[in-house]
Design a protein around this ligand. Structure first.
Ligand code: ZN
Ligand code: MN
Length: 487
C-alpha cells in the first residue's frame, strides 16, 4: 500500500454561479435551458466598444456568502482583466478580481453527516473547518460543445455572475473534499446565493492535489484536476490521482506540475498540459469599472444572514430534544426544516415522534416522487393531525401509516375522515373486552407463563386480540387491559 507512506495535500477551487436575474455586466437574463444564443447582447458577446455595468445583486450575494463563511470583507475591492484567447471569451479577457477580491479568509465547516455514507465511521477530524483563501467575483464564459468535425458555442451562459471560492490546501483526504463540497453546497443554497446544482454546471470544481512523505517536508509537486461533474466524481478522481502519484513516486518517477482531466467512464486522469504551456494571464486593472466599497453592502447583507444548518441543528437538539442524526436530516434542507417545525408546533406529540414521521414516512413519499418538502401534497398540519390520531389512541401507529398513505393521494380530506372511512374507529370497548377474555381463555399455558414472570408474552396475546378484532382494536389499549387482567 504505497498510499500509507504519503501525506496528501488537497485544495479546491469552486466556481459557483450566483443566483441573479441578470448577468454580471449587462441586463441579459441568466437562466438554464433556453434556446442557444437567445440571451445575448454586445456586452456579453464581447463586441468591440461595449461597456460593462456592475450587477449590484451579484456583489451583494457574494458578500453574503462571505458573511456565511466567516470571511473578512475588505473595504475596497477592484476588477481586473484576466487575458486569455479562447472562443468562449471573444473579447479575449475575463473580467475577474486579482489582488483585491470581495472576501478574504474564512472557512467551510465540514458537517459530519456530509461525509460519504460508507465513511461515516472513519471521520478523521470530526468538526473540522477547512480554511478559505478568498472569494472573488467574475463572469462565466460561453459554453462550447465539440462535435465530430466542428465546435458550436452558446453565449447564453457568457457573463453569468460567477463566484470563485478558493480553499487553502487544507484538505487531507478525498472524503474531506466530498464533505467540503456537500457542506459548501448546502450553505450556499441556505443563503439563497446559488442553486449550486452540479448537474446544471452551477457549481464546478477544480482540484489541486499533491503528496509528500513527511509532515515537515515541503509540499509536493501539485497536479490540477479538471472536469469532475459530481461530488462523488471528485472523490473518485482524487483516489485515482493519489494512487497514481504515490505509485510513481515509489517507482522513482518525479511528478511534474500539470493539469489532468478526469474521465469518469474509464476512471482515470489524463494529462492535458504541463507547466511549460501554462497561461500567463497578464492581469491588469479593468479601466472600465470602478472599485467597490464594501462597507454599506456588508451592513445591509448582515440582515440577510440565515440560521445556518449547524445552528439550526443545535437549536433542534436544544429546543426539541432531537438527536444529532434527526437534527442533521431535518436541517439538511430549509423547506424540510420549515415543514418539521410547522408540524411539531401543530401537535402535542413529542417532537421526536414528529421527527420520525417526517424523516421516515414523509421523506420516503417525497423521494419516491422526487418532490421537495415545499411541494408535499400533504401539508404539515395534516401530518400533525395524523400523529394526533395516534396520540389520542384513535388509531394504532400502523393504521396511521395507512391513513397517511391514503391522505397522500387525497390530501383534501382530513386524517380523521380517512380513518373513519378505513374503519379505523376505536373499536367498541365492550366488544374488544370480550375478545380479550376469549383470547385469555384460549391460551391458558401462555397466561400461566406470563403470571410466572414472562411478561414479554403479553405482546403475543395482544397480537391474537388484534387478529381477532381484524386490526380494529388499539394495540396500546389492548396491551394495557391485558396487563391489568393478568398482572
Ligand atoms: Zn448581455
Ligand atoms: Mn475563475
Amino acid at each position: 500500500m504505497p498510499r500509507a507512506d504519503y501525506i496528501p495535500t488537497i485544495g479546491l477551487e469552486v466556481h459557483c454561479q450566483v443566483r441573479t436575474n441578470s448577468k454580471m455586466f449587462c441586463a441579459c437574463p441568466t437562466g438554464f435551458g433556453d434556446d442557444p444564443n437567445t440571451n445575448v447582447c454586445p456586452v456579453c458577446m464581447g463586441l468591440p466598444g461595449a461597456l460593462p455595468v456592475l450587477n449590484k445583486a451579484a456583489i451583494e450575494q457574494t458578500i453574503l456568502a462571505g458573511l456565511l463563511l466567516d470571511c473578512e470583507t475588505p473595504e475596497i475591492s477592484k476588477w481586473d482583466r484576466k487575458n486569455y484567447f479562447y472562443p468562449d471569451m471573444p473579447k479575449n479577457y475575463q473580467i475577474s478580481q486579482f489582488d483585491l477580491p470581495l472576501c478574504i479568509g474564512g472557512g467551510v465547516p465540514l458537517y459530519d453527516h456530509n461525509y460519504p455514507k460508507d465513511h461515516q465511521k472513519d471521520i478523521a477530524h470530526p468538526g473540522k473547518k477547512v480554511k478559505l483563501t478568498r472569494i472573488h467575483l467574475e463572469e462565466d464564459v460561453a459554453k462550447s460543445t465539440h462535435l465530430a468535425n466542428s465546435s458550436v458555442i452558446d453565449f447564453n451562459r457568457a457573463g453569468t455572475p460567477l463566484m470563485e471560492i478558493v480553499s487553502d490546501p487544507d484538505i487531507d483526504s478525498p472524503e474531506e473534499a466530498f464533505a467540503y463540497l456537500k457542506t459548501l453546497q448546502q450553505i450556499l443554497i441556505y443563503g439563497g446565493i446559488s442553486d449550486a446544482d452540479m448537474e446544471k454546471g452551477q457549481l464546478r470544481c477544480d482540484v489541486n492535489v499533491s503528496v509528500r512523505k513527511n509532515e515537515s517536508d515541503e509540499l509536493g509537486t501539485k497536479v490540477e484536476l479538471k472536469n469532475m461533474n459530481s461530488i462523488s466524481a471528485v472523490r473518485r478522481a482524487l483516489h485515482y490521482e493519489l494512487d497514481r502519484q504515490c505509485e510513481e513516486l515509489d517507482a522513482g518517477i518525479e511528478q511534474i506540475q500539470s493539469t489532468r482531466r478526469w474521465d469518469d467512464d474509464s476512471g482515470e486522469t489524463q494529462l492535458m498540459r504541463t507547466k511549460e504551456d501554462a497561461h500567463d494571464y497578464r492581469y491588469f486593472p479593468d479601466p472600465d469599472l470602478l472599485p467597490v466599497r464594501a462597507g454599506a453592502i456588508v451592513d445591509r447583507m448582515r440582515k440577510h444572514v440565515p440560521e445556518l444548518p449547524h445552528e439550526k441543528a443545535a437549536r433542534y437538539a436544544d429546543e426539541f430534544g432531537l438527536n444529532e442524526y434527526d437534527a442533521a436530516v431535518l436541517t439538511s434542507d430549509q423547506d424540510l426544516a420549515h415543514y418539521f417545525e410547522a408540524a411539531a408546533n401543530a401537535t402535542e406529540a413529542k417532537p421526536k415522534k414528529v421527527a420520525n414521521w417526517v424523516t421516515n414516512t414523509l421523506l420516503k413519499h417525497l423521494n419516491d416522487e422526487n418532490l421537495g418538502a415545499a411541494e408535499s401534497p400533504v401539508p404539515a398540519e395534516k401530518l400533525a393531525a395524523t400523529v394526533n390520531l395516534v396520540e389520542s389512541g384513535q388509531v394504532s401507529n400502523n393504521q396511521a401509516k395507512e391513513v397517511f398513505e391514503a391522505l397522500w393521494s387525497a390530501p383534501e380530506k382530513t386524517p380523521a375522515a380517512i380513518a373513519r372511512e378505513m374503519g379505523f374507529e376505536p373499536a367498541d370497548t365492550g366488544a374488544v373486552d370480550a375478545i380479550i377474555d376469549e383470547v385469555i381463555a384460549a391460551n391458558p399455558d401462555k397466561v400461566e407463563e406470563i403470571r410466572g414472570g414472562n411478561e414479554k408474552l403479553v405482546n403475543f396475546l395482544t397480537g391474537q386480540v388484534m387478529k381477532a378484532s381484524q386490526g380494529k382494536a388499539n394495540p396500546k389499549q389492548v396491551t394495557e387491559s391485558l396487563r391489568a387482567k393478568l398482572l
